[in-house]
Design a protein around this ligand. Structure first.
Ligand code: DGY
Length: 325
């Protein structure tokens, strides 16, 4: 990507090591500084390294706060995030400085919905426990009663946030004979709802959710939404699944419910303050825990990188980026 009327390429700072086809494309179109050894930047390093660059390609692991944005050099005109979520970027601060922000929707919908199903099954069937038994040579005999998990088939699935990933999760759950209930800020079109039953509030959804799967964005309105009151309204037994963002859940409330057994199990891919999660989660035998793998497939990560590159190339080519926030 050349500057208009100049053989020079725009300078792009890429904060993490990306799949090879993505880095090859970025290096072709930009004067790209890649991060081959994948060492995360501290905020101070990112500010210092950004000097002389025109754009940043960041990930959810980079906390792009107002303080960081305000300290960026004036040359930075765009921040493209390699993610659909953008709660790690202070959009208002970026806007105030005239910096464009883009994300990568659509391309990770299926991979993330797949992980939601994995978490439902893994949590309901005690997959962590079972795997530990085998690996640690603790499996002494087939047992008719120990342990017993929960059925997924035929149960009610509550979807909190019926956007792209919520709908894709519902589609998969229908194949398990699940009945779908949901809450969104407004009902989705009937062709997207496919018979799913709308509830006007998260609290109204809860009693219909043998499984509750979180798919809303992390915003000031949704932070802490899944709290003690909501968890208490779930049927017994129930399972909570989170592939969205950790801060939508009140950790104290969830850990209390899992410890007391009032919530049967949880399947979690995301956490508040990743990767330094609340250590109590590690001791809970009824929690099935993954390290934010929602979009982590080869094809999906390439597609995310290509989508970020589309946005950057559009912007520096003088066009409106497709995924401008
Ligand atoms: C996203 O894109 O926001 C995902 O959380 C990354 O897996």
């Amino acid at each position: 990507m050349t500057e208009r009327g100049s053989p020079l390429k725009y300078r792009l700072l890429v904060t993490r090591h990306l799949p090879a086809p993505v880095e090859a494309r970025l290096s072709t179109h930009f004067d790209a500084k890649l991060n081959a050894d994948d060492t995360p930047f501290s905020p101070e390093n990112l500010i210092a390294e950004a000097s002389g660059f025109d754009g940043l390609l960041v990930t959810p692991a980079d906390k792009i706060t107002a303080a960081l944005i305000n300290a960026l050099p004036a040359s930075i005109r765009i921040i493209a995030t390699f993610s659909v979520g953008f709660d790690h970027i202070d959009l208002a601060a970026a806007k105030a400085r005239g910096i464009i922000v883009t994300n990568t929707p659509d391309v990770l919908t299926d991979a993330t919905a797949d992980i939601a199903l994995l978490l439902m099954l893994g949590a309901a069937r005690g997959a962590s426990w079972g795997e530990r038994m085998v690996r640690e040579a603790q499996w002494s005999s087939w047992s008719p009663t120990k342990p017993l998990g929960l059925d997924v088939s035929g149960k009610r699935l509550g979807i909190l946030g019926m956007g792209r990933i919520g709908q894709a999760t519902a589609k998969r759950a229908r194949a398990f004979g699940m009945q779908i209930h949901y809450f969104s800020r407004k009902p989705v079109a009937s062709e997207d709802a496919l018979g799913a039953i709308y509830h006007e509030t998260p609290l109204a959804l809860a009693p219909h959710s043998d499984f509750l799967s979180i798919h809303c964005a992390s915003t000031p309105e949704t932070r802490g939404l899944v709290n003690a009151e909501l968890l208490a309204r779930l049927p017994k037994p129930a399972v909570l699944v989170n592939t969205a963002r950790g801060d939508i859940v009140d950790d104290d409330a969830l850990i209390t419910a899992l410890t007391a057994g009032t919530l049967a199990a949880a399947g979690l891919d995301v956490y508040r303050n990743e990767p330094n999660i609340d250590p109590r989660y590690r001791t809970l035998t009824n929690a099935f825990l993954l390290p934010h793998l929602g979009s982590a497939t080869r094809d999906t990560r390439i597609a995310m990188g290509m989508r970020a590159a589309d946005n950057l190339e559009a912007f520096f080519g003088g066009k409106e980026p497709g995924d401008r926030l």
